[in-house]
Write a new protein. Sequence first.
Length: 248
Amino acid sequence: MNAEFGILLSQLRDEFVAEFPERCDALEECVLAFEKGQEGAFDDMYRRVHSLKGSGSQFGLSIVTSICHQFESFLSSGALTTDSLSTSFALSYVDLLKQVAELIGSENANYHEIERSLEELRKSSMPARASVLLIEPSPSRRKLCQGVLNSLGVRVVVQERGMTALEQMLHEPFDLLVAARELPDLNTVAIVSALRESNGRNKNIPVILVSSNSSPIPAHLIINAVLARDAQFIPNLAQAAGAILQAK
């Protein structure tokens, strides 16, 4: 059964690789349609980027996942408008995906130059704003934390589950992680441990842990602050996050 599954997965990956250039062309058409003000173009664009991100993750194509994670963040940030500069950024993300399409079938494909271009595109398409990843499963607490962080003028990306957040942090750089200690799947201490052991962009990310749990945390994980959900939570979060971001 495992062998059959492996064969099936390999076949699906080959199909994805074969269809990848066509999917890039379709995504480019969405961007151009959005620039012209076509109704529904943004939703179609976002759906296609999200689908490519999922496929990249499923088939072990981390460069596709990285580009789509960042492209999705660009779209979610509200930075995309119909002006020519803004749409040129969106087309630049598509261009990076097309560059991947040219290399994706090669056995020893080197994506270092594409990764460098992706980082430069992040800086130019979403400039001058620190990025904070917030992991909080409770809708009410999530809204509270978002309000505090938004007041600092930062870009806030929200996740509800640990595994999804970890995947995103392995592909997209952030300036600060604010997270509840207990999550529905992978807890935040485990997430931070995985990041510290990785060679990814967020290996040394500052962390604010939101928890009243007094269980000790290994010192090598370097948690910058542990905040209890008490009467002083809002000013404490604003102070701690502001101090960390100002020091970067």
